[in-house]
Design a protein around this ligand. Structure first.
Ligand SMILES: [Zn+2]
Length: 280
């Protein structure tokens, strides 16, 4: 069975010592491809090099949590890099971009407006370079949708609302605009009732799978505050966890894993069309 990790920060510092082993371990579990999003100008080269080294793919963009320190010059660098690498078969999207209204400082002026400015500017770049977008959505679904509607009226969007955790109505709105919804570690928690209901009931062609490694550990890696106080380390999420997350989603949907794996491959290629050639 073959799986695609549609969102994995393989260049993260947590993997700096053993990224080759982490990738090889995932491959041995059937993870044939990882999409590695950028978060700031400082990691653009790292994600590109790594994607070529591991035969995966990458995105270029400014993550909302990195917007506080981002400048106009960073947008110019992004534009120049998109222009320079637009024909790179491994550059599959602009990302990860979006809005984060979970972190309190980012919900208030002037960072709230700054986030919105960078988000909109990057959507325009995606349009200009005809690339899909990988979206970071955290308590921000409605605000994310507005510029997508405004800029998407001529041609539908392609891309992924990653680590989706919104309502059924918000899910439908992203789907209407042409997006797939990324499901990962969060769906493995029994208490994530609404999310599990969505993963079970959305049309199969709405979903893609991801680990968001090293973030969002699935429940089997999660250590509570008490466990950590007692000396247990928080488990490190890695792309090799994808098949177990997928098994959970297959079970939620009452679907054979092989069936799910085929559908996820088709969906991910729809969201990120350049993947099809890389997987062939
Ligand atoms: Zn991410």
């Amino acid at each position: 069975m073959q799986w695609i990790d549609s969102h994995c920060h393989l260049d993260a510092f947590e993997f700096s010592g053993d990224v080759a082993q982490v990738r090889a371990q995932a491959r041995s579990q059937g993870v044939v491809h990882c999409v590695i999003p950028a978060v700031e100008v400082a990691n653009f080269d790292a994600v590109r090099r790594l994607a070529h080294q591991t035969q995966d793919s990458y995105c270029l963009g400014l993550h909302p949590l990195y917007v506080p320190q981002a400048t106009e010059a960073d947008l110019a660098t992004l534009e120049a890099q998109l222009s320079l690498h637009r024909d790179d078969p491994r550059l599959v999207a602009v990302g990860e971009i979006g809005l984060d209204y979970f972190v309190p400082a980012l919900t208030q002026s002037p960072l709230r407006e700054k986030q919105e400015y960078f988000y909109r500017a990057q959507l325009k770049l995606a349009r200009r370079f005809e690339l899909p977008v990988v979206l970071h959505v955290r308590r921000s679904a409605d605000q994310l949708l507005k510029p997508l509607r405004e800029l998407g009226s001529i041609k539908p969007w392609q891309g992924i609302a990653h680590a989706f955790n919104g309502s059924a109505v918000q899910a439908q709105e992203f789907l209407k605009l042409g997006f797939k919804l990324g499901f990962g570690g969060a769906v493995t928690y029994d208490r994530a009732l609404q999310l599990r209901r969505l993963a079970a009931s959305l049309p199969l062609d709405a979903l893609v799978l991801e680990t968001d490694a090293p973030d969002i550990p699935p429940h089997w890696l999660y250590r509570t505050a008490e466990q950590r106080a007692a000396g247990q380390a928080q488990g490190r999420n890695a792309p090799g966890e994808l098949p177990r997350i997928a098994a959970g989603v297959a079970q939620l949907r009452g679907l054979a894993q092989l069936e799910l794996s085929k559908a996820m491959r088709a969906n991910t290629c729809q969201a990120l069309p350049k993947l099809a050639a890389l997987l062939a």
